[in-house]
Ligand binder design. Structure first.
Ligand code: HEM
Length: 831
């Protein structure tokens, strides 16, 4: 016979060895069916459920059925696509593990043992596709070891297959068979017990259990176990070996590693992780993979075939039942992906592992992070509490990384002081976030504008036209009217008896109406609303904008998520902005056309400036700033009043004392008014204590450093996001005595030191609306205490859990029992 196809005798069996493309071609064209059989081997009998796995069963009806099932349910394009998430997940897990191993402030490269990690990767992927979950059980580890032994046995030519006398030595196989079967039966039983997952992601085992109901003869437990075994065994060993070779070759050929890296950097970029969809573009990478499998094919002899009948190859006779070596036409996609993507994600990562890290001058403490995402996984609500926990471990000043963005977290008064004295200008910048682009008119609002001439202009104008004492006094009647309206509404509902009232919506209406009237001269809640539909839509839009501003958007920090529009936030913002813009433009046009308007609003002031400085006060800038005032001013004040009332309900003695103060200074004939505020010391302390415990902006508003600087001797690079954890500082036991207790008295004796009590921020960007907020909050509380008795709706304390949202709302809206006091009738008749 020719050298490309030759016979060998192996014990009692004849073996045909095929090693040339032309003879292989002949085997799989003309002789395809004849050679499609598998020899019956001992390993097939003992370790492959009596040759009933798809890899070992004889060519025939049974094999065709299994082949169809595995193709449809496991290897088809659509099934492969369904499981993309699993593959990506597992690759991420591996990357994270490597990163963790490597992290610990190492400056030198770290040696990593990769083979076991690859085995775990591939096994977990296969396991999740088959069973739908990751198994952490000890049995799984044992099963994997068993599987390795099985593969070893399958790989070694087993003498017993060829020399009958050796059959008795195969006790090892019998033991392995038992161990394997125990585990596989456990999987089947477990799934049978739990029931099936619904939808397209149904794992293979559940699909087969379903088929067992309709075709019990074909899909016996034995068949099901055989299929699972095939997939786990075939996938694990082959892919693991393939990845290992694919990693080894480029390490020995740095030039090819560099080329792969450059290709990935060019075609994928450095801002996101490589994905499955990128693979077709990465042609050099594919060549490396092909070359690796050419040199080191994971199954160098394929699997043995067996001829079903007499045939010829290259003109030579091949008798019936001769084992030969040929190619198995296996679907390659899944294998291909795991192989290619994993190994080259690792290659990408090897850039981190193998190259030296540049040492920093003085490193800030930082928790362990993940590659690419950094510490983004920590963004969980309430984030100020997560950061507080971290500060216990890493100190009052530490760093994080949100994607590629460094973040400095500060929770100590001394560090805050340094930021707002030495570094005040450097830290006066704001980060450019998605919300700034879409909702804040390209960062041209007071709250979002970068530190610079535009921001200074806006700050000056708002200080003059809205927040100065003179301006605040001209708007006094607005606040008085709105507070009266709140009192009247409560009175209407609770004249006779204690009545349950829902406070949250009433307080939102109060602060929304006040700001809206100051800014645009319109009322959108309650009586006097001109256009109910417009008011409804406006309220709805503002609510949605609030919600979106509150959503910590990881896309802001991770360009890769930004690119794929994580959670559709950006699309939602764009849609919302179109709606909101129409409404805001309506407000601006109304003021433009209302030449005789009596009260001058903030829009009027800006429209007047538009004449002389059109570029500084375009319609867009005006609209962005109206929206900012509504957002920054409404929920903050409303939430503070709500928390304040809740605290008073839980502390009746404090409530009593506050009422005595109001009765004493205001009397019982007229409603409390703004000029009374300086006399109401105790009430002011209550508001401060409320803001200490429940600051409406617990992390202030994010700042950004515009230059390299240092804080407490640590380097802070330019572009660092700076978060001041006011919430944590206000509860720091080294700063406050008994910090979690509600004790307004502390503010009567203690000086409010600028850097330890920061509910309104400090420095250049501190809240310009603090004075206005204080007036509204103190007066609303004074009026409510003066006119009504308050009780809790039940014996239980008011729930003080924090909810999710930008302004730290209460998790449960406040409800209280309220009854008008005797003097309220006469107070109201005065109004
Ligand atoms: C209890 C009520 C309020 C609280 C707790 C509060 C808190 C804050 C905080 C912490 C900041 C960020 C400071 C910083 O970045 O360092 C801020 C900024 C701001 N607040 Fe307030 N605020 C309240 C009410 C108001 C009101 C009523 C208005 C206006 C109607 C307002 C308008 C603004 C604006 C425009 C900014 C951005 C300032 C800038 O970036 O230059 N706030 N507020």
């Amino acid at each position: 016979m020719s050298s490309s196809a030759s016979f060998m005798a192996k014990g009692t069996r004849k073996v045909l060895v095929v090693s040339s493309p032309t003879s292989v071609e002949e085997c799989f064209t003309k002789n395809n069916i004849v050679f499609a059989n598998r020899p019956v081997t001992l390993a097939g009998k003992l370790l492959n459920y009596d040759n009933s796995t798809v890899g070992f069963s004889s060519y025939g009806e049974y094999w065709r059925n299994l082949r169809r099932l595995t193709t449809q349910e496991f290897f088809s394009q659509s099934r492969i696509a369904t499981f993309t998430g699993i593959r990506q997940d597992e690759v991420h897990v591996l990357l994270k593990q490597l990163f963790w191993d490597y992290r610990d402030e190492q400056v030198a490269p770290v040696k990593v043992e990769l083979k076991s990690k690859f085995t775990e990767l591939v096994f977990n992927i296969a396991m999740r596709m088959v069973t739908g979950k990751r198994y952490y059980r000890k049995d799984v580890g044992l099963f994997r070891d068993t599987l390795s032994e099985v593969m070893e046995l399958l790989g070694n030519s087993n003498l017993a297959d060829y020399l009958q006398v050796f059959q008795w030595v195969n006790r090892k196989m019998v033991r392995l068979k038992k161990e394997m079967d125990k585990f596989l039966q456990f999987l089947v039983d477990e799934h049978r017990k739990i029931g099936r997952e619904k939808g397209g992601k149904k794992p293979l085992i559940d699909v087969m259990l379903l088929l067992q109901k309709t075709e019990p003869d074909m899909f016996t437990d034995k068949t099901i176990k055989a299929v699972i075994l095939t997939i786990l065994a075939a996938a694990t060993e082959t892919s693991t070996v393939a990845i290992e070779w694919a990693m080894s070759l480029p390490l020995n050929h740095p030039e090819s590693t560099r080329k792969v890296s450059t290709e990935i950097d060019t075609l994928v970029g450095q801002g996101r992780l490589l994905e499955e969809q990128d693979l077709p573009k990465l042609t050099y990478l594919q060549k490396v993979v092909d070359e690796t499998s050419r040199l080191y094919p994971p199954a160098p002899f394929l699997l043995p075939h067996e001829s079903l009948q007499d045939s010829t190859v290259c003109g030579f006779d091949v008798p019936h039942v001769a084992a030969h070596i040929g190619a198995i036409p296996m679907e390659q996609n899944w294998f291909y992906f795991v192989f290619v993507s994993s190994s080259f994600l690792l290659l990408l990562l090897s850039k981190f592992i193998l190259h030296k890290k540049r040492p920093y001058k003085k490193l800030l403490p930082s928790p362990p992070s993940y590659p690419i995402i950094g510490h983004l996984h920590l963004i969980k609500h309430p984030i100020h509490q997560v950061l507080q926990q971290l500060s216990y471990k890493y100190g009052p000043i530490f760093t994080l990384r949100f994607g590629s963005r460094p973040v400095l977290v500060i929770s100590s008064p001394t560090a805050v002081e340094e930021c707002f004295t030495k570094n005040d200008i450097i830290f006066a910048n704001r980060p450019r976030l998605l919300i700034g682009k879409h909702i804040n008119y390209n960062n041209t609002t007071l709250g979002s504008a970068p530190y610079g001439p535009l921001w200074r202009n806006l700050r000056r104008v708002s200080a003059l036209e809205l927040f100065s004492t003179t301006k605040l006094n001209t708007y006094l009647s607005i606040r008085q009217e709105e507070i009266r309206s709140l009192v009247k509404n409560l009175f209407r509902d609770s004249q006779q008896n204690f009545t349950k009232v829902e406070m949250k919506s009433r307080l939102s209406e109060l602060s929304f109406n006040i700001i809206m009237r100051m800014v645009a001269g319109k009322r959108y809640f309650g009586v006097g609303v001109e256009d109910n539909e417009e008011a409804r839509v406006f309220r709805e839009v503002i609510r949605e904008v609030f919600e979106l501003s509150g959503a910590s958007n990881p896309g802001d920090f991770l360009s890769l998520l930004h690119w794929i529009d994580f959670q559709g936030v950006e699309k939602r913002m764009i849609r919302l902005q179109e709606k909101s813009d129409r409404l805001l433009q309506g407000l601006v046009d109304d003021r433009r056309n209302d030449k005789e308007g009596k009260t001058k609003t903030m829009i009027d002031a800006m429209l007047a400036l538009q004449v002389t400085e059109p570029e500084n006060y375009s319609d867009d800038i005006i609209k962005g700033n109206i929206s900012t005032m509504l957002r920054a001013g409404t929920d903050t004040s409303a939430a503070t009043i709500e928390w304040g009332m809740s605290l008073l309900l839980n502390h009746p003695k404090v409530l009593e004392k506050a009422r005595a103060e109001v009765d004493n200074y205001v009397g019982q004939e007229r409603l409390a008014d703004e000029p009374d505020i300086p006399k109401l010391h105790y009430l002011q302390s209550i508001v401060n204590e409320t803001l200490r415990l429940f600051p409406a902006a617990p992390l202030l508003v994010p700042h950004e450093s515009s230059d390299n600087s240092t804080v407490e001797g640590f380097d802070v690079p330019r572009g660092t996001l700076v978060l001041f954890n006011a919430w944590a500082m206000h509860r720091d036991p080294t700063v406050w005595d008994d910090p979690s207790a509600f004790k307004p008295e502390r503010f009567e004796v203690e000086e409010k030191e600028a850097y330890k009590f920061i509910p309104f921020g400090v420095g250049r960007r501190q809240c310009p609306g603090a004075g206005l907020a204080n007036r509204v909050v103190v007066l609303a509380l004074a009026a409510m205490i003066q006119c009504f008795e308050w009780e809790r709706v039940s014996e239980e304390l008011v729930d003080m859990s924090e909810g999710v949202g930008l302004t730290m709302p209460k998790a449960l809206p406040l409800e209280a029992l309220c009854r008008a006091r005797e003097q309220t009738v006469s107070i109201l008749s005065e109004l």
